[in-house]
Design a binder for this molecule. Sequence first.
Ligand SMILES: Nc1ncnc2c1ncn2[C@@H]1O[C@H](COP(=O)(O)OP(=O)(O)O)[C@@H](O)[C@H]1O
Length: 286
Amino acid sequence: MAVLGRLLRPRTTALYTIRTFCSSYSTSSPPSSSEIAVIPPLPAFGKITDGRNVQWVFLGCPGVGKGTYASRLSKLLGVPHIATGDLVRDELSSKGPLSSQLAEIVNQGKLVSDEIIINLLSQRLEAGEAKGESGFILDGFPRTIRQAEILEGVTNIDLVINLKLREEALLAKCLGRRTCSQCGGNYNVACIDIKADDGNPAMYMPPLLPPANCASKLITRSDDTEEVVKERLRIYNEKSRPVEEFYRMRGKLLEFDLPGGIPESWTKLLQVLNLDDHEDKRSAAA
Ligand SMILES: Nc1ncnc2c1ncn2[C@@H]1O[C@H](COP(=O)(O)OP(=O)(O)O)[C@@H](O)[C@H]1O
């Protein structure tokens, strides 16, 4: 983490920083297919063997639920959940010098430049480092091959969890997202009920409704409109899908098909990560 914060820190300008990274790291060739590792059974969590906390990444299409599961795991493992989408929205609401430029990009469903996003992430990591944070779960970064190469060049990512959900559920889930403007709680009013056909199993994801005191304060993200979500899905396929292959080639990708709603999916995710016992201990200690 210290290394990541320091190396990602802008020196004179963000462009200079990016140029330094790219010339240093992007020339390294990916491992050949014979070097592809199978993810070993994961060790007892909290700490990785060298004493540092986990450094994990969540990949997946808009609406798949990266924020939900990354946030739960971060609480379980005691590491910060860092979502670059949140960093962008914080910058937007700060009305700083970048905000009008960012608003235009985000509201069209496009990606912010690698330079800007790395700057925002560096600042967040440094602030966390100063508070003694160690490890992280990244959500929404990296989203391009260039971002992945830069990250790979400055730190060791232990595991990349690729969340997957059937295409027809993604749009509905994005359109159903709501946030309480007062407490910041995240909810989803969409009810996904896909009947079994074409060989796929049926899938049911109930809505995650807000408690009564949040119900009248719900807001929708300005980029969660049908047109913009479709564009974000298109851009994911074009720019971010190759990042899955980048990590698959390095033996770090764990594919996880969401089986249904949150309780069912969370239980299965913990089993796959070998963390089910960890949660039992947590709840017993609480
Ligand atoms: N790593 C990134 N690179 C470029 N742009 C990003 C990145 N992370 C977030 N953004 C910008 O912030 C917006 C919102 O991100 P996020 O909340 O992660 O959305 P999503 O629901 O599509 O996963 C994105 O559409 C994009 O404009």
